[in-house]
Design a protein around this ligand. Structure first.
Ligand code: DAK
Length: 255
C-alpha cells in the first residue's frame, strides 16, 4: 500500500497521507511522494487546487522519529528531505490542508506550508520537538512566528504543548473549524470554489502574499503592482470583467 494515496476529483488533486499505524509520521518515502506528485501537478493544467490530508485521527504526528533517531548532523544537513520540503513550498497553485487529529512537529509545519487550513474540532497542533531534545527544523520557528507572532510561537516552541483547533482558530493559525464529520466536505467545497477561479491570478496572488513574508512593504507593493498589471495580459481577466458586465458566471481557462 502506498504511503501517500493520490486521487483526483475533477480539477482538485488530493494527497492523502497513509501511514495510519504511526499516525502518518513523515518518513523519507512520504516526503518524496508528496514532493514528486506536487511537482507533477504543478505542470498539469487539469489540476487547479490540491488538498493535503491524513485521516480523522492524524494529519501527521511529525517526522518519523524512528527514522530520525540514528541520523548524524551531516546527514540531517545534506538529506534530500530539505529539497523535498522546498519542492512543496514551490508549489504554485492553492494548497489546502484538511486537518483532523494530530498535526505535530513536521506535521504542523507541513500544514503551515499550505495556503489555507480547514480543521476538524478534534485537530491538535503543536511543536513538541523540544521534548525530544531538539527544536523545529522545517519552518516551525520562522513560518509559525510570522503567522501567530513571537509570544505565541515561543509558547508552542519552548513548552512543546499542544493547542486545540479552537485555540488555533483564535490565533489565526487555521481558517475554519468544523465538526469532524464535516471537515473533509468543507475542504472539498473550498477547493472546488478555488478551482473555478482564474488559475493565473490565483498563482500570482499566492506568490504576492508569500512575497510579503520575506520583503519590506515597499518591495512587496512594487511586486504587487507589477503582477497586477501583468494579469491584464491574460484572457481570464478579459473573461472575468466581461462576465461581470454581462451578468453571467465567468469561465476561466488559465490563459
Ligand atoms: N514518529 C514515529 N512514530 C510515531 C510518531 C512519530 N512522530 N508519532 C507516533 N508514532 C507511533 C507511535 O510510536 C505508536 O507506534 P506503536 O507503539 O503502536 O508501534 C503509534 O504511532 C501510535 O502512537 P501512540 O501510541 O504514541 O499514540 P497516543 O495516542 O498515545 O499519542 C501522540 C499520540 C501524537 C501524542 C504521540 O504519538 C506523540 O507524542 N508522537 C510524537 C510527536 C512528536 O514528537 N512529533 C515531532 C517529531 S520531530 C526537517 C523536517 C522535519 C522535521 C525536522 C527537520 N528538515 C527538513 C530538516 C520535523 C521534526 C519532527 O516532527
Amino acid at each position: 500500500m502506498s504511503v501517500v494515496l493520490v486521487e483526483q476529483d475533477g480539477p482538485v488533486g488530493i494527497l492523502r497521507l497513509n501511514r495510519p499505524e504511526v499516525l502518518n509520521a513523515l518518513n523519507s518515502a512520504v516526503m518524496e511522494a508528496l514532493a514528486d506528485q506536487l511537482t507533477r501537478w504543478d505542470r498539469d493544467p487539469a489540476v487547479r487546487v490540491v488538498i493535503l490530508t491524513g485521516n480523522d485521527k492524524a494529519f501527521a504526528a511529525g517526522a518519523d522519529i524512528a527514522e530520525m533517531a540514528e541520523r548524524t548532523p551531516v546527514e540531517m544537513l545534506q538529506s534530500a528531505q530539505i529539497t523535498r520540503w522546498e519542492a512543496i513550498r514551490q508549489f504554485s497553485k492553492p494548497l489546502i490542508a484538511a486537518v483532523s487529529g494530530w498535526a505535530l512537529g513536521g506535521g504542523m509545519e507541513l500544514a503551515m506550508l499550505c495556503d489555507l487550513i480547514v480543521a476538524s474540532e478534534t485537530a491538535r497542533f503543536g511543536q513538541p520537538e523540544i521534548r525530544l531534545g531538539v527544536m523545529p527544523g522545517a519552518g516551525g520557528t520562522q513560518r509559525l512566528t510570522k503567522i501567530v507572532g513571537k509570544m505565541r510561537a515561543m509558547d508552542l516552541v519552548l513548552t512543546g504543548r499542544h493547542i486545540t483547533a479552537e485555540e488555533a482558530l483564535q490565533w489565526g493559525l487555521v481558517n475554519r473549524v468544523v465538526p469532524v464529520e464535516q471537515y473533509w466536505e468543507e475542504a472539498l467545497k473550498l477547493a472546488r470554489s478555488l478551482a473555478a477561479g482564474p488559475p493565473l491570478a490565483l498563482a500570482l496572488a499566492k506568490e504576492a502574499v508569500l512575497f510579503s513574508l520575506d520583503s519590506t512593504v515597499e518591495d512587496g507593493l512594487k511586486f504587487e503592482r507589477k503582477v497586477f498589471a501583468l494579469l491584464f495580459a491574460s484572457e481570464d481577466r478579459r473573461e472575468g470583467m466581461a462576465a461581470f458586465l454581462e451578468k453571467r458566471a465567468p469561465q476561466f481557462r488559465g490563459r
